[in-house]
Design a protein around this ligand. Structure first.
Ligand code: ATR
Length: 273
């Protein structure tokens, strides 16, 4: 019987996950179906229960349900626990396993697709919300020289630093305190990729040869990437590779097969103009 998977979100209509997973399934000859389910804001748990009752094997979870996905899990992974959020569920009998592949997807994209090794690099994450929480542990495990988190509300960055203290040494601050510091990799994990608001980035933030990365996908040159270019950065990327790489990790977790991501990244890439 065809195994069923789906992505839950609100809104979910524009999700690329059904396309990505059907391309993976074709390429690896897996007998599986994957759909997008528009989930009512107050109906996450019921939708999960209904999907499981119908024989569903696993779910991806998109905004705004990643916290609830973690809470519903009976067996969350360590990185999901630290992020306080999950983007992937797997159903095994009575057990609901949860993991968070956003961070490892980001790291795989940076290192494998973009050729940017994080070891000994100075890495800066902008924002202190769920996107940053998901990314911190996988980045820290690559042993960067420095891992910094800056947020508009500095206290939120400091709180994050305390939460992760046992796992990673973070330099946390507001934006103004970044003055005088340069970074090799600057990642926008704020929601400004969607709203097109510029960030208060001080001059000199980007080291020579730096990579500027915006986690959003398909928005062209975001305000942040434009700011980076105006500061002389020539290596800019959006989150298309992160999207495909986190999907590949989910696929591997569910099916035991690692799909080739390159053709799917190429197919989904929207030029940055
Ligand atoms: P997500 O789960 O996508 O990370 P979130 O938890 O709502 O979403 O976090 C959004 C992040 O974008 C926060 O770090 C937020 O900064 P604050 O904590 O100070 O609110 C950041 N953000 C949103 N709009 C911003 C703006 N105009 N300038 C700077 N940071 C912004």
């Amino acid at each position: 019987m065809t195994d069923r998977y789906a992505v839950l979100g609100h809104p979910i209509g524009h999700s690329k996950s059904p396309l990505i997973h059907s391309l993976f399934a074709q390429a690896t000859a897996q007998d599986m179906g994957y759909t997008a389910i528009e989930t009512p804001l107050d109906g996450f748990a019921d939708t999960v229960t209904g999907f499981r009752a119908g024989g569903g094997r696993g779910l991806n979870v998109s905004l705004p349900f990643k916290l609830q996905a973690f809470e519903i899990a009976t067996h969350p992974s360590e990185r999901a626990r630290l992020a306080g959020a999950a983007n992937c569920l797997k159903f095994e009998g009575e057990r609901i396993l949860a993991d968070n592949f956003d961070g490892v997807g980001l790291v795989n994209d940076l290192q494998r697709n973009l050729g940017c090794l994080l070891k000994d690099k100075r890495v800066l994450l902008l924002g202190a919300g769920g996107a940053t929480r998901g990314a911190l542990l996988p980045i820290a495990s690559e042993q960067p020289a420095l891992l910094a988190v800056a947020n508009r509300t500095a206290d939120k960055a400091h709180a994050l630093g305390r939460d992760f203290a046992a796992h990673a040494m973070l330099q946390t601050s507001g934006y103004a305190e970044l003055a005088g510091h340069a970074f090799d990799v600057v990642i926008n994990a704020t929601s400004t990729g969607l709203t097109h608001e510029p960030l208060p980035l001080p001059a000199g933030l980007f080291a020579p040869g730096a990579l500027a990365y915006d986690m959003v996908y398909g928005k062209g040159l975001t305000a942040f990437l434009q700011q980076a270019q105006a500061a002389g950065v020539t290596r800019v990327a959006d989150g298309v590779g992160m999207l495909v790489e986190q999907a590949a990790e989910a696929f591997l977790w569910w099916r035991g097969v690692r799909p080739d991501t390159r053709p799917v990244v190429d197919r989904l890439t929207v030029p940055l103009v």
